[in-house]
Design a binder for this molecule. Structure first.
Ligand SMILES: C[S@@+](CC[C@H](N)C(=O)[O-])C[C@H]1O[C@@H](n2cnc3c(N)ncnc32)[C@H](O)[C@@H]1O
Length: 195
């Protein structure tokens, strides 16, 4: 679904993006400063939100997504550089970034543990990582539904794991969680952690 997914995704997400997601992205992206790494920038939806920082390096493995993100680059008020890369194999030197951002990406990354190792490597000591992700829900019934839906969901949504326990993966990687905010009964979370 590589070439089609960027269009289907943006269309499907429109109602959420026009509502609460707009406020969440605005709040999250106003916090980052200095050198920023964005993981899985997709169609560049975050680009217009960045303000008053040195530069953003945005990595994204899908060339169709990168192509689509060019329109958003025109709306950006800070320097943003897009790179065709995977989070599991970042082509940046050690200790480059002050902040790392990922929004709705860790559900899709095939090897999130390897991605976190790379993020830790390229981040400066005490850098901050902000995640906005959907995760496995705490409610047992809803979590079970997520488990049942995931095989089909992965096929339709470009490899997205509806039931991924991203908080556990973050903790296991040794990141220090400073704050978790929950949205939509815990289906979506915003996490601030120190690397
Ligand atoms: C659901 S989209 C989210 C896009 C955007 N960040 C947003 O907030 O809407 C997930 C993105 O993760 C990207 N992705 C998939 N595997 C990845 C990987 N290994 N490393 C980095 N990004 C990846 C996909 O290509 C896609 O653009």
């Amino acid at each position: 679904m590589g070439n089609l997914f960027p269009y289907v995704y943006d269309f499907g997400m429109k109602p959420l993006e026009k509502g609460r997601f707009y406020t969440i992205r605005k709040e999250l992206l106003s916090k980052v400063k200095g050198r920023v790494l964005e993981i899985g920038s997709g169609s560049g939806i975050n680009f217009p939100f960045y303000r008053n920082l040195e530069r953003v390096d945005a990595i994204e493995p899908n060339p169709s997504m990168i192509k689509k993100s060019r329109k958003q680059l025109e709306k950006a008020s800070v320097p943003i550089f897009c790179h065709e890369q995977k989070a599991e194999q970042l082509l940046f030197p050690n200790q480059t970034f002050d902040y790392v951002v990922s929004t709705l990406v860790f559900c899709t990354i095939p090897n999130p543990e390897a991605a976190l190792k790379e993020i830790i490597r390229v981040s400066k000591p005490n850098a901050t990582f902000y995640f906005f992700e959907h995760v496995k829900m705490e409610n047992a019934g809803l979590a079970k539904t997520q488990d049942l839906l995931t095989p089909l969901w992965k096929k339709i949504c470009d490899g997205c794991h509806l039931n991924r326990n991203t908080i556990e993966i973050i903790k296991n990687a040794g990141l220090q969680i400073k704050e978790i905010k929950y949205y939509y009964k815990g289906l979506f979370i915003m996490v601030e952690c120190t690397i």
